[in-house]
Design a protein around this ligand. Structure first.
Ligand SMILES: [Zn+2]
Ligand SMILES: [Zn+2]
Ligand SMILES: [Zn+2]
Length: 264
């Protein structure tokens, strides 16, 4: 499984264009841009088609001609910009499956005139397990809300497994229970707020990110062979060198937009 991190940032990305905090300044000086979190798997499956995802694909010298399915976790605008479906429709009428909880499907449908028959919609809810683009996808409850249900996903191809967990606060008990007896090769876990613990329960900060990893290790879902990458990073996080050091202590890392991870 090849996983391309198209974006690793929170909704506003880093730098936030209105901000000169140490973290935004650090990213500016590095010439580093974090766009909203989005992932391309094997060129076939696009997870969270946010507003920057199509341009990120282009910046990386790739294209989406091989795309078979789109999987969105929830209907916040940094994770779902349905205009991509319209832009695709101007080029091809090859089949494309769009998968997500009910608000994702409702919002995406609004964008398409009725004759876009190339696109099929699959509404999912936590607890579902289905095949998407040739992968086994387990739908997990997120501790998040976006006009209704929000989901995380476990994606397995028979030899490797990816947990995509954003946006979410501390994982619900049902999600942890669903992961017992399974393991991941790669965990993309959100860590939005860094040291800030006062910004609500619907995202993780460094302390809750740490306790989530501890829990996932305790149930054997994460082991020494699992790579853990913090995503959905907001500028509340410390500048990169400090963030990397803090994440390293937790057995996790921060990677730039465009990073490619190959699982075998
Ligand atoms: Zn988000
Ligand atoms: Zn800032
Ligand atoms: Zn969200």
């Amino acid at each position: 499984m090849e996983v391309v991190l198209l974006g690793t940032g929170a909704a506003d990305g880093i730098p936030n264009p209105f901000c000169r905090c140490a973290t935004c300044t650090d990213h500016r000086e590095r010439g580093e841009l974090r766009t909203p979190t989005s992932v391309l798997v094997d060129g076939r499956l696009l997870i969270d088609p946010g507003p920057e995802a199509p341009r990120q694909v282009t910046r990386l010298g790739r294209d989406l001609t091989g795309l078979v399915s789109v999987l969105a976790g929830h209907a916040h605008s940094d994770h779902l910009d349905p205009a991509i479906l319209m832009h695709r429709g101007w080029v091809t009428d090859a089949p494309l499956q769009v998968v997500g909880p009910a608000p994702v499907v409702a919002w995406s449908r609004q964008w398409l005139d009725g004759d876009q028959t190339a696109i099929s919609f699959t509404t999912v809810t936590a607890g579902d397990s289905l095949e998407v683009a040739g992968y086994r996808v387990s739908v997990l409850a997120a501790n998040h809300e976006a006009f209704g249900e929000a989901c995380c996903y476990l994606i397995e191809d028979g030899s490797s497994a990816l947990l995509y967990a954003t946006d979410t606060g501390l994982l619900p008990e049902t999600t942890l229970a669903a992961l017992v007896g399974r393991r991941a090769d790669l965990v993309l876990l959100e860590e939005t707020f860094g040291p800030r613990t006062d910004k609500g329960e619907r995202h993780l900060h460094l302390a809750t990110f740490a306790s989530t990893l501890q829990h996932l290790r305790a149930i054997g879902f994460i082991d020494e062979g699992t790579r853990v990458v913090a995503v959905h990073l907001a500028h509340d996080n410390p500048p990169l060198a400090q963030l990397r050091a803090e994440l390293a202590e937790l057995g996790a890392e921060a990677l730039p937009d465009g990073a490619v991870i190959v699982l075998d």
